[in-house]
Write a protein that binds this ligand. Structure first.
Ligand code: AMP
Length: 422
């Protein structure tokens, strides 16, 4: 029979990594729920049209979408990101404003897979609809900053920019197109291709050959209307007030077409430059309208779980929490005692495991040691006859006292609750 493996760009996340994964989402949920966000669990696939709004000139739409016709003849796509689906949900359900939603889950992009870049990857993130106040931009950015801090990350940097109002952005794109077209000969063929589709994205080029031309390009700040400049200044003042350091980088344009005004990215120290963004976000004040809803301002961010964990590894923080059981039941009387004792202990919220298949005492004790449990609970012939169990501290147990004790079966749960660390 053929042996199947994961498809390129996808991975199995096994314990203990999966435990860490869940712990990361728990940290995120705690941070954002403290700020009044409620969780949304949108579907993983949507009508293709929802994602086409991300921009006809966007790679994730033109090249990377997992779209297909379903058996009912509908054109659907696996979500490549969360914002479009969340805004579609807003338009569909019209919750009270402001609407603050958070999410966690997988996204799908047909990318060239490498370390930190996968075809299925997870994000945690937030979206807020209905508020144009620049103080919110600073607040939202502060939540992501707090999350990284709670994980123990100290080397993540915040990069800020504003893309101005849509009219500012449009004038800027025209100026960029002119400038790059004049300097086309000095650009790489890849960037010349990008120029045809989206001049903004030429600024994203990490190719050395493009560096000089990109460095001399017009900067967006020269195109800001008064309102866009004031909005951005207030966002930065908010970050200053919260003591959050940032760098303003005029070339930060981000991949999706819907951004306007505030855009930002969190950059890790651990990963190669082409995928060192651990998270990013911005304002998308026109998206709700684009998806058939009322004109509604919006802002949000998405943080990559996979890359954030790689950054945690590189900085040596946020280890997988220990999920060892507390007690390992060793039953050498056939296994039925272990069946009922483990059942009772678990019912009393005491974590425990056991060995199976009537193995020898020696083999079961080995399994007990391997389990990482603090105690072995031993039932042999004597214990069975006189209604007791023997509690033996194991090497995994903190402290030096290795004295074993005999406990009447009827006292087992209260005794364990006393002995086990809470
Ligand atoms: P984006 O929607 O492209 O701005 O992505 C937001 C964040 O998701 C990025 O900063 C990455 O951390 C993460 N991300 C995006 N694409 C991938 C991918 N293919 N593999 C892993 N993480 C990704």
């Amino acid at each position: 029979m053929p042996e199947y493996h994961t498809s390129p760009g996808t991975r199995d996340i096994l314990a203990p990594d999966s435990t860490r994964w869940r712990a990361l989402v728990d940290v995120f949920a705690r941070v954002v729920e403290r700020a009044g966000f409620g969780q949304i669990i949108p579907p993983m696939f949507e009508d293709l049209g929802v994602f086409l709004r991300l921009g006809e000139a966007t790679d994730i739409v033109t090249k990377e979408m997992y779209d297909f016709e379903d058996k009912g003849g509908r054109r659907v796509a696996l979500r490549p990101e969360m914002t479009a689906g969340v805004v579609r949900a807003f338009v569909q359900h019209r919750p009270l404003l402001p609407w603050k939603a958070w999410y966690a889950g997988p996204n799908f992009r047909y990318e060239k897979a490498q370390q930190g870049r996968y075809r299925q990857f997870d994000q945690v993130g937030v979206e807020v609809l209905g508020v144009d106040d620049p103080n919110l931009d600073a607040e939202v950015i502060a939540l992501a900053w707090e999350f990284y801090g709670q994980l123990g990350l100290r080397q993540v940097r915040l990069v800020m920019n504003s893309l101005g109002e849509p009219e500012d952005r449009a004038r800027y794109v025209d100026a960029l197109r002119d400038y790059f077209t004049r300097n086309e000969d000095a650009l790489t063929p890849e960037s010349r291709q990008t120029l045809l589709r989206n001049p903004l994205r030429v600024l994203d080029s990490k190719r050395e050959h493009d560096a000089a031309v990109v460095a001399g390009a017009p900067v967006i700040a020269d195109f800001y209307s008064e309102s866009a400049a004031a909005h951005f200044a207030t966002v930065l003042a908010g970050l200053d007030r919260l003591g959050i350091p940032y760098e303003v980088r005029p070339s930060l344009v981000r991949g999706l077409d819907y951004y306007r005004k505030t855009t930002f990215e969190f950059v890790g120290a651990a990963l190669e430059a082409s995928q060192n963004a651990v998270g990013g976000g911005g304002r998308y004040d026109g998206l709700a309208e684009d998806l058939g809803g009322p004109a509604t301002p919006g802002i949000g961010f998405a943080l990559g779980v996979d890359r954030t964990l790689l950054e945690c590894d590189a900085e040596g923080v946020f280890d997988a929490p220990s999920r060892n059981v507390s007690v390992f039941v060793v039953d050498v009387t056939g296994g039925q005692e272990a069946l009922s004792i483990t059942h009772d202990l678990r019912g009393a919220a005491i974590s425990c495991d056991r060995a199976y298949e009537g193995r020898s005492m020696k083999s079961q004790m080995k399994a007990a040691d391997r389990s990482g449990a603090g105690y072995a609970l031993i039932i042999g012939g004597d214990e069975l006859a006189n209604g007791t169990v023997t509690l033996r501290p194991l090497a995994g147990q903190a402290g030096d006292d290795r004295t074993q004790i005999s406990i009447p079966r009827t006292d087992l749960i209260p005794t364990l609750k006393r002995v086990l660390p809470s």
